[in-house]
Design a protein around this ligand. Structure first.
Ligand SMILES: Nc1ncnc2c1ncn2[C@@H]1O[C@H](COP(=O)(O)OP(=O)(O)OP(=O)(O)O)[C@@H](O)[C@H]1O
Length: 210
């Protein structure tokens, strides 16, 4: 699903990804770990096409990562960013945000699909009408994750999907995500249980500074 070879990313003089190579197979659940500042979020930004590496090759879902193919690649991905949007009114607006874009309108989930994912993530559907400011960080994280899942894309790129969750809730979310048979997941995580359950781990070390 993802092939990365000798990827180098530098910001000014700082080498953030230093000849990074890895493979993520179809349906694999792979964790990316590493200390703060080791380039984990940068790696996701590269895969989304937001940051262009200085050198190296990346193939995602059979397409070389390049300007020419980026839309095709993005159409295969659901992305959970680290910073969730703040300026939305209701919880429902966060959940349905990806479907507000014209090209995703046809993917709008049914009430039943929403209810199923909410139940799996231990969220009440009554939450949908609440102002977004009034729910907890853990609830917001699960709503954003539910949104990703409901896009039914083959590749999920998740930035710290369980960082705000308590042990019980985390277990439910993990059970659901790790059982998505057809879905490939690349998740940044510091969580030992998430890492232990993953099929593979990409370790980012401290980048060398030049
Ligand atoms: N757009 C940018 N311009 C300049 N430097 C950047 C940019 N994005 C990231 N960096 C730098 O790259 C390094 C890696 O950042 P990144 O956010 O990828 O780390 P991380 O491993 O995700 O960290 P954390 O676990 O704290 O989120 C940091 O030193 C950061 O300051």
């Amino acid at each position: 699903m993802i092939h990365a070879k000798d990827v180098v990313v530098r910001f000014d003089q700082e080498t953030v990804l230093d000849n990074l190579s890895f493979k993520v197979g179809q349906s694999d659940k792979v964790a990316v770990k590493g200390p703060s500042g080791s380039g984990k979020s940068t790696l996701l930004h590269v895969l989304m096409g937001f940051v262009i590496p200085e050198s190296g090759e990346i193939i995602i879902a059979g397409h070389p990562l390049s300007q020419e193919h980026i839309q095709k690649i993005r159409s295969q991905i659901a992305w959970l960013p680290q910073e969730l949007p703040l300026l939305l009114d209701r919880v429902r607006d966060l959940l349905l945000m990806p479907f507000s874009f014209a090209r995703n309108k046809h993917l709008l989930p049914s009430d039943r699909e929403v209810a199923e994912v909410f139940e799996a993530f231990r969220l009440e559907t009554t939450l949908l009408n609440k102002p977004l400011q009034e729910i907890s960080g853990g609830q917001k994280q699960r709503v954003a994750l539910a949104s990703c899942v409901l896009m039914k894309r083959p590749l999920l790129l998740l930035d710290e999907p369980t960082s705000a969750l308590d042990a019980v809730t985390k277990q439910c979310v993990m059970d659901y995500l790790f059982n998505l048979r057809e879905v490939t997941i690349l998740a940044l995580s510091h969580d030992q249980e998430w890492i232990a359950r993953s099929d593979g781990v990409i370790s980012l070390g401290n980048a060398s500074h030049h």
